[in-house]
Design a protein around this ligand. Structure first.
Ligand SMILES: Nc1ncnc2c1ncn2[C@@H]1O[C@H](COP(=O)(O)OP(=O)(O)OP(=O)(O)O)[C@@H](O)[C@H]1O
Length: 316
């Protein structure tokens, strides 16, 4: 497999509307590494579905280039389509058939062995429920069955567009576990979502988009960045504050807890030494890492609406 499972350069999609031209995807450079789960994150309307539809040959790009599993698409899509699975819209299953029967129908129609059905059922965690009728499935089970259907081809790349939409917290957890398992099994997953907390737990890397533009991309660790702010707990915060201020270390009281300080340092060991030298013994010094949600909110807030790529441009 190439290093990048998906790569786009200058990908753009404009829709003509009655009010003019709407830029849904604005010159997007997307790089999804092969292996692992890659989050494709952005608020509603930021161009995720449109990008996915272009990658799958369901919509035409206005301009730009795309590669999927190393092949230029849409031209070479027929060469990779067997190795790509996607859940973009709700798939159609027969309500009166069981989950397993639905999958068997599919596997026979695409000519893969029946044994793949049981393997797929197991991968998505539906073993034991696969003989229930589809109409009795919960939303989470329906979504897992949709993922199982895409696994029949044993895809190298799986594209899931908002797979937890409309699910309750239990359903979201089920899908999260399924996706985590797929990533661990070596499938590259592109997971589009606007729910950050869920994504942070399963993704190894992520791209954040806003108004069709790339806002940030990288490993989740890179996106979260190293934090220099630490939470400090000491028996005498006033004495610790005075000592740190004398040494020029920025320190503030924690808003929520008067016994806790926030210290900004790139060298936590120096803080420990400095306080110990004054007989102040800390009981906690922990880096405060932002979560993906705060990074996302900050990036998308900075990406104010009304900038050129986001607005309806004047009718041409
Ligand atoms: N067929 C279309 N005609 C006109 N505008 C469209 C069309 N499809 C999408 N858009 C617009 O393009 C922009 C991007 O939409 P898109 O569905 O790709 O975003 P998204 O990030 O997937 O959003 P969501 O999280 O709500 O699914 C939106 O402003 C949307 O209204």
């Amino acid at each position: 497999m190439p290093d990048l499972a998906i790569e786009t350069q200058g990908l753009r999609k404009e829709f003509r509307t009655r009010r003019g031209v709407r830029v849904a995807v604005a010159d997007l450079d997307l790089a999804v590494p092969a292996g692992g789960v890659h989050g494709f994150l952005g608020p509603n309307g930021s161009g995720k579905t449109t990008t996915i539809r272009m990658l799958l040959g369901l919509a035409r790009a206005t301009r730009g280039t795309m590669r999927v599993l190393g092949q230029p698409v849409p031209d070479r899509l027929p060469h990779v389509v067997d190795r790509v699975g996607a859940v973009v819209e709700s798939p159609k299953f027969s309500p009166n058939l069981t989950g397993r029967q639905n999958l068997l129908l599919l596997s026979r129609s695409i000519g893969v062995p029946d044994a793949r059905v049981d393997a797929a059922v197991e991968t998505v965690g539906l073993t034991g429920r696969e003989r229930d009728r589809y109409k009795a499935f919960s939303l989470g089970m329906k979504q897992r069955l949709a993922i199982a259907a895409t696994l029949l081809k044993e895809p190298a790349l799986l594209i899931l567009d908002e797979p937890t939409n409309g699910l309750d917290p239990a359903g979201i957890r089920e899908i999260r576990e399924t996706i985590r398992g797929l990533g661990e099994a070596g499938v590259t997953v592109l997971l589009s979502s606007h729910i950050l907390a869920e994504v942070q737990q399963v993704c190894t890397s992520a791209t954040i988009v806003g108004h069709g533009r790339l806002l940030a991309s990288g490993t989740v660790d890179d996106l979260l960045g190293g934090s220099t702010v630490h939470r400090l707990v000491v028996p005498d915060p006033a004495a610790a504050t005075a000592a740190l201020e004398r040494a020029g270390v920025p320190v503030t009281a924690d808003d929520g807890d008067p016994g806790v300080l926030r210290v900004e340092t790139e060298d936590p060991a120096a803080v420990t030494r400095l306080l110990a030298a004054r007989d102040i013994w800390l009981s906690e010094l922990t880096p405060l890492r932002p979560d993906l949600e705060s990074i996302f909110l900050q990036l998308t807030a900075d990406d104010a609406p009304g900038r050129p790529a986001t607005t309806e441009e004047a009718a041409r």
